[in-house]
Design a protein. Structure first.
Length: 252
């Protein structure tokens, strides 16, 4: 089965054609996944969804409603996505997890970020056409945003982790998206006794290893950054194993 889509709790229902979430891209969403029928860190995902909705002044259903619908879809290993529109509609969908995506190498290109004061970086919004087109035209999996000082911020669908001289480094949150997987990987690194640094990561750093992290890819090695070959390595392998052990404990 390819998946199911529910609009306001009704399978296969549609959105009104005048919903600003459709006509103007005024919507927020969050993506999570289930492991063996258990959604991983559901409450932090709902926290982030509520914060995103508040920032864009989008109506948010009660947490009880969202939680119940997500739990009802959490069967086996699934990708679960919930979107809220400015028209007051909620869309929940699930699709099977594609194992080929988990931990698969990716390629990225850097682009300078120009923050929008009315669309904060911590908001997970649906206005992503520019990012999709940038990655498509540059021939990469994702684009990595860099601030005017040349420091890596995040990717358009992921957070960034680097290994430099044996230390696991990741950009500080600041205006970046607070990735749920990012937080779990930091916890896993500490449990695995890996040194961690949340500090600026200049684009020109000589990386030993480089990774993107997200709900669906978990921890994926960056094979190529712009014109530089990078890749994964033993620290990342150890970190990914520690993350999977954490998931197994929480979702057993």
């Amino acid at each position: 089965m390819s998946g199911q889509v529910f609009v306001n709790g009704v399978e296969g229902a549609g959105l009104p054609g005048d919903d600003p979430g459709f006509t103007r891209g005024l919507n927020v969403f969050d993506t999570l996944r289930s492991y063996g029928g258990n959604p991983f860190r559901l409450e932090p995902h709902l926290d982030r969804l509520e914060l995103s909705a508040a920032a864009l002044e989008i109506p948010c259903p009660s947490r009880d409603v969202l939680r119940a619908e997500i739990l009802s879809m959490s069967v086996g290993d699934r990708c679960l996505r919930v979107a809220l529109t400015a028209g007051g509609n909620r869309v929940l969908a699930w699709t099977p997890i594609d194992p080929a995506v988990v931990g698969a190498p990716v390629s990225v290109a850097s682009v300078v970020s120009h923050p929008n004061p009315y669309l904060p970086g911590h908001v997970k919004h649906g206005s992503r056409a520019g990012w999709v087109l940038a990655a498509r035209h540059l021939g990469v999996t994702e684009v990595v945003f860099v601030d005017p000082a040349g420091n890596i911020l995040e990717a358009n669908r992921s957070n960034v982790f680097a290994v430099v001289d044996g230390v696991v480094r990741t950009p500080p949150l600041g205006a970046n998206l607070q990735g749920v997987t990012r937080g779990a990987i930091l916890e896993a690194a500490l449990e695995a006794d890996l040194p961690v640094s949340e500090a600026p990561v200049p684009l020109g750093t000589r990386f030993d290893e480089l990774y993107l992290s997200s709900t669906l890819k978990e921890l994926a090695p960056v094979a190529k950054l712009d014109d530089r070959e990078v890749g994964g390595g033993p620290v990342g392998e150890r970190l990914h194993a520690a993350f999977r052990a954490l998931v197994a404990r929480e979702c057993s």
